[in-house]
Design a protein. Structure first.
Ligand SMILES: Cc1cc2nc3c(=O)[nH]c(=O)nc-3n(C[C@H](O)[C@H](O)[C@H](O)COP(=O)(O)OP(=O)(O)OC[C@H]3O[C@@H](n4cnc5c(N)ncnc54)[C@H](O)[C@@H]3O)c2cc1C
Length: 389
């Protein structure tokens, strides 16, 4: 860890600093080797490894921590959770994305599930026995969530589901899917079990996050009991947009983690690489890069922290979550690019981690609402007129 962060950390309370310190030790010792291993392998961990990792990560509250105390959960505030999440993203961003999905599946089930659904899905997830995924996007539906085409038709006491989903994180390891679909003329969330062969997946090959599962999912006549409907009939769009609000900040924090890692590696490299008779850290233009990178990482971090604090206080903050998401994700692309520049030729080889950070950073302005969509939300909220349609 470099000296790029300690002043900000002085603002955290004692409990938060201890939590970060303890999690950082675990992440460096246990997760970093796995992060490097799966990056080299070029595929995500299998289901049973993921379940073991989720259990370990939940000792720090990273899976169940956000369940409110009044719902029987640990009730960790989003800000404190976010501090640990950034640490995870700094060491293993692929796992951070997997955790983001699993913890949001937990949040969704906890907030919207009936007692029966909590018993059948939430409790096994909390016991570390099952993995869920969240299916919204489709081949023809990305930014236009309202236009979901996957349909569930009622047949007696079950639904029959037809449709295709795309870009589904944790799809390969999932035991069940929360599917946003059209049900009786409205958008709903329906829980669908994988069972023997109720749905299928195909892993996508991506430029970054190669250690995270991102799948195409096929629901060809998949069935689910009527009681697997989550939340109120027709409430699927509102529920999805609400979840996006929180998830967006964590995509922002994933970017902060990636950028922080790129910054730390650039500082270490600049302090040891000699050119023109001195370390490159002593050249003014390298100092300029480092100063810009450190400032931008911090600015993005602060935008994310503010959004988390607003979410903790249940203050409507879709403007601020969108600001945090677009700024942090685009920041990481700039910072990771400069990190490669500071490394010179070796920066584009797989011998140095900055090459991976650059590929990972470039992915993040896309999920959970692209940069363009975040700006349209901010513009609409400021100007009072929507440019979406
Ligand atoms: C790594 C990764 C993980 C993901 N995980 C999940 C997941 O778990 N579950 C899930 O459901 N989805 C997931 N997604 C999907 C993600 O949310 C979508 O990719 C995203 O919403 C964008 O949709 P699209 O890719 O179809 O792009 P499109 O919507 O086709 O957009 C293409 C381009 O057009 C622009 N555009 C679209 N509409 C407008 C407009 N009105 N005005 C101006 N510009 C516009 C976009 O900004 C973009 O630049 C994931 C994606 C990635 C990359």
């Amino acid at each position: 860890m470099s000296d790029a962060l300690p002043v900000t950390q002085l603002l955290y309370n004692e409990e938060q600093r201890l939590a970060i310190e303890s999690f950082r030790k675990f992440a460096e010792a246990q997760l970093r080797p796995l992060s490097d291993k799966y990056e080299k392998l070029g595929h995500p961990p299998d289901r049973s490894t993921m379940l073991t990792l989720f259990k370990q990560l939940d000792q720090y509250g990273l899976i169940s921590g956000l369940i409110a105390a009044e719902d029987g959960g640990p009730g960790i505030d989003r800000f404190t959770y976010g501090l640990l999440y950034e640490e995870l993203a700094r060491v293993w961003p692929d796992m951070a994305i997997a955790v983001l999905i699993q913890s949001h599946v937990v949040l969704t089930l906890s907030a919207l599930g009936s007692p029966e659904l909590k018993q059948n899905y939430l409790e096994p997830v909390l016991r570390g026995e099952r993995i869920g995924c969240s299916c919204i996007s489709e081949p023809n539906v990305g930014s236009n969530v309202r236009e979901v085409q996957t349909r569930a038709a009622r047949e007696g006491d079950q639904y029959r589901l037809r449709g295709q989903k795309l870009w589904i994180s944790n799809g390969a390891q999932s035991d069940f899917a929360i599917v946003v679909c059209q049900v009786e003329g409205g958008l709903n969330m329906l829980i669908v079990d994988r069972g023997e062969d109720n749905y299928r997946h195909r892993e996508l090959e991506k430029m970054g996050f190669v250690g995270a599962s991102t799948c195409e999912m096929f629901f060809d006549d998949a069935v689910a009991p009527v009681s697997n409907l989550l939340g109120r009939q027709g409430g699927g769009l509102f529920q999805t947009l609400k979840l996006f609000e929180t998830a967006r900040v964590f995509v922002g924090l994933t970017s902060v983690g990636v950028a922080q890692a790129a910054l730390e590696e650039s500082i270490a490299y600049a302090q040891q690489r000699q050119q023109h008779g001195k370390v490159i850290a002593a050249h003014q233009m390298i100092q300029n890069y480092i100063a810009e990178m450190a400032t931008e990482v911090d600015a993005a971090r602060l935008l994310c922290h503010r959004a988390l604090q607003l979410l903790d206080q249940r203050i409507r903050c879709d403007t601020q979550t969108s600001m945090a998401k677009w700024y942090a994700t685009e920041m990481a692309v700039r910072v990771a690019s400069k990190a490669i520049q500071i490394h010179g030729g070796v920066g584009i080889t797989k011998d140095f981690r900055v090459e991976r950070h650059f590929r990972n950073a470039r992915v993040l302005p896309i999920p959970d609402g692209t940069t363009e969509i975040q700006k349209l939300i901010i513009g609409r909220n400021i100007l009072g007129v929507s440019a979406f349609s």
